[in-house]
Design a protein around this ligand. Sequence first.
Ligand code: ATP
Ligand code: MG
Length: 757
Amino acid sequence: MQNLLHNLNPEQLAAVTLPAQSALILAGAGSGKTRVLTTRIAWLIQTGQVSPAGILAVTFTNKAAKEMTARLGAMLPINTRGMWLGTFHGLCNRLLRAHYRDAGLPQTFQILDSQDQLSAIKRLLKSLNVDDEKYPPRNLMYFINNAKEQGLRAHDVEANDDYNRKFVELYAAYDHQCQREGVVDFAELLLRTYELLTRNQPLREHYQARFKHILVDEFQDTNNLQYNWLKLMAGEHNAVFAVGDDDQSIYAFRGANVGNMVAFEREFRVQNLIKLEQNYRSHGHILDAANTLIANNSKRLGKNLRTDAGHGEQLRVYEASSDIQEANWIIEEAKSLIAEGAARSEIAILYRSNAQSRVIEHALFTAGIPYRVYGGQRFFERAEIKHAIAYLQLMDNPHNDSAFLRVVNFPTRGIGARSIEQLQDAARQYGISLYAAVPYVTGKAGSSLGSFVKLVEGMRFETQNLPLQEMVKVMLDMSGLIPHYQNEKEGADRIENLEQLVSAAMLFVSEEGFGIDAPAFLGPKGQQVAGEALTTADGVEVLDADAPLPTVMSPLSAFLSHASLEAGDNQAQAGQDALQLMTVHSAKGLEFDAVFITGLEEGLFPHENSAQEEGGLEEERRLMYVAITRAKKRLYLSFSQTRMLHGQTRYNMKSRFFDELPEEALKWLSPRVQPQWFGHRKSAWDEAPEAGANKIAQSFSRKDAGWRIGETVMHQKFGEGVIVNIEGGGTNMRAHINFGKHGMKLLDLGIAKLEKV
Ligand code: ATP
Ligand code: MG
């Protein structure tokens, strides 16, 4: 057996080997929190304090769960498959699959991702004839998710006015629709599990007896429901080992409550609060930058980070005139990093918003550099994949109305809007699913719908007992999707993606091991259980605490859950040594040798939306702290004077975060354009109480303060033109001006006689 502990510093060692009581490890980025958590699991098992089946570990993403599983596998000679290690959603899904009856769900319940949820809500509003301008679907979705995250069902929500009463009524109708269709949204996965365990004492006691050790990474980003869920799982006696960093709390917009850390300390009677202050990830300048920046936040629990690594290199700052130029600069820098021997996968390009990736992707593509995008449009969110998945969903659960509507006439088979209306009427009248309502529709509509039902039944019949990837192939053949796309102009890509789905199914089967081990047993109530099913004195089905992996899903159900839950991974690009592109949010917990933080502009990062929210700027600053602390050795910061976003050119000021970084840690690569020569784009920040840092902006809101990009000017010879770029500084300023039919001119602003128009 290897010595798990020899690579730890004294504080880490203390944390790993704490007695079996609840503990909080509060520590900054890169101080080894995740490493401590993983090592503690291994240590608990190795010292015989708990069997792998007695561990419940929660990670923030599926990717993190995979990595942790792999690390544990390397540390210990055990089969990690039986461990309950995953995200809150993944773990709840597993629990609900095992106890679907008690949870009041059909065995083949399916998961709505947020896109599906929104379309389910739109459909609901339509069926109830609700004005979707007055009650926007997105607002309703937010309302519902927010209520669920507070643990509230529709009848628990207090509404003080008619408008909110309507929302509550729609929330109830939405839940009803989901129940009828056998689908659950993300928040429902958690709430349903929470309610199940609250209500069902034997089941709760079973899991409490089983999971003696509960470990949670990224604890600062738990929401209230997750926190209460943990409380329920822990009961009176189990040890919850929570690690987190309040400075990295970046999901408040999704209900995360950093106050849970304080509550945890009190409610779990934490006697062991351990701080880790040694950073092992980043060089000194990078760490200084992170520390100096985050010191501008007021609401902090307080801790420090130091490193033994030297100062290292300064942070390289680049100012581009356009987003395209910024992208080209990134490519050049990345190329020279690679030429110096850096692995592509050790280079990350981070951005605040997904929309920024397009220009960078284009430049990478043109330069022929392999890259991989996380987040953004996920493989499983592409239209053609959604269609294919809808067929698979119908094969698994024909009562999923969303899936039904998506493909009933796709590819077209002569089922028009009128027929669908007839069908919806019948379904409403009898309170049944669309699929079940088909026999009630008569005439021509009835017979075309009947053929569709036959098609789905045929697919189910043909694929019985087939391995998953064969099922997918049969579905592709029978559905007519491939021939449909063959006739489409840009269909080749889509067909390729559909073929990719077969590979995704194959990969899934091999990774999850379906059909290889895990013999299936039927539980006392007929549910499929791999491993041993036990019945308690109360007749509750539970799983033997030491049984192997309880695989209660069919491979198809499991694959469909995976399609909904898998964090944004572009599978088509998997497995290559590629540059890593992602939002700052999805970079949480990761580390890279070299990191680019791009688009550091006011309104973009910090993002303008957060100006309206209380504490919005502090959250943006934490996000910047997360971004900076991803870098081990080299960090690049860039911003651009102009940027095309959402079809508009924006003229930007550099991010205020530059003023919050230590000057000595920065190395400016481009000549600095004096900020006063930028016009001030009025932004919501000016009114925000936290806008004190925006001093520069405020002193230049006067119109005559200088030349502005985007400003119209008059030249004696060339006539009217628009300033598109300004370069240089001080007395040496030049501007690119577009003079229409005279073309683009580069003029020295000190010499050219320009007038404002
Ligand atoms: P984050 O807050 O970003 O999630 P973290 O606190 O979880 O960071 P880890 O990812 O666990 O930090 O560790 C950061 C890096 O430091 C990893 O590469 C890890 O292997 C390394 N590391 C942690 N502890 C030690 C140690 N005692 N000796 C050497 N390297 C260490
Ligand atoms: Mg971590």
